[in-house]
Write a protein that binds this ligand. Structure first.
Ligand code: HEM
Length: 224
């Protein structure tokens, strides 16, 4: 049995496995965001906003912004590509807003406590991630307003956007993982929950990596 896929027949087992994997990814990012919200209890302190907003930005908004283009697990699979692009843009704006606020919360909190900034791997990779996600979002503008760049085909712009987007996503996953290694998180949970939580950014990064490489980089017709 096979499913038709834009002219290419795909083995039923393959598309079912990928669809189940995509559903699991939606569940994983929602549960991971929920867990961080429960543990940090946003609003109880200035610090509490940092893990919550960062997880919301990178685990929920950014993952969903990419998964909506998935052939197998998009909740808006039937929508036209243009509409998907708009929803992607909205989710990425939410991601950038939460990431900026989350960064401001931790930097101001450290400032109030007279602590040095960007002294850990998490802090260093984290600040780089926030800068990269802001640049990545601004660099996406020519996809909406093609006249902003001369001499670049839309296919080429899309390929660069997908490649740099994947790198941004991986940076976000590494920052999340390093956040889970922080003293605050390791003291908040037991070993089992820690390992399960650590699997979340690893798992979603593998799913997103597979989706983006399959969709963009391996497609000959997008090469210009
Ligand atoms: C992609 C997501 C994240 C980014 C970009 C990020 C970014 C940062 C940055 C830049 C700092 C340093 C601020 C400074 O030194 O002034 C920091 C600190 C901190 N973050 Fe995150 N963070 C993220 C997710 C998380 C998560 C999920 C947790 C907890 C589970 C967490 C826990 C902490 C803690 C405890 C600190 C203070 C200790 C330190 O500086 O390493 N972060 N974060």
């Amino acid at each position: 049995m096979s499913h038709d896929n834009g002219g290419e027949a795909e083995p039923w087992l393959y598309s079912s496995a990928r669809a189940s994997c995509a559903v699991l990814t939606h569940v994983v990012c929602a549960v991971f965001t929920g867990l961080t919200a429960v543990l940090s209890r946003p609003g109880t302190s200035l610090f509490s906003w940092h893990p919550f907003l960062m997880t919301l930005a990178f685990s929920l908004f950014m993952t969903e912004a990419i998964l909506l283009f998935s052939r197998h697990g998009s909740p808006v699979k039937k929508y036209p590509h243009k509409t998907k692009g708009r929803i992607h843009g909205i989710l990425q704006c939410l991601c950038v807003s939460c990431a900026t606020l989350g960064l401001a919360a931790i930097v101001y909190n450290k400032h109030l406590h007279g602590k040095a900034h960007f002294t850990s791997w998490h802090g260093l990779v984290g600040v780089l991630t926030v800068c990269v996600v802001v640049v990545q979002s601004l660099a996406a503008l020519p996809l909406l307003y093609h006249s902003l760049v001369k001499g670049w085909s839309l296919a080429k712009l899309k390929r660069y956007h997908a490649t740099s987007g994947l790198i941004t996503y991986l940076l976000g996953s590494v920052s999340l993982y390093l956040g889970l290694c922080s003293g605050w998180f390791t003291a908040s949970v037991g070993d089992t929950i820690w390992y399960l939580a650590a699997l979340c950014p690893v798992f979603t990064a593998l799913v997103v990596m597979s989706q983006v490489t399959n969709a963009y980089m391996a497609k000959k017709h997008l090469q210009s």
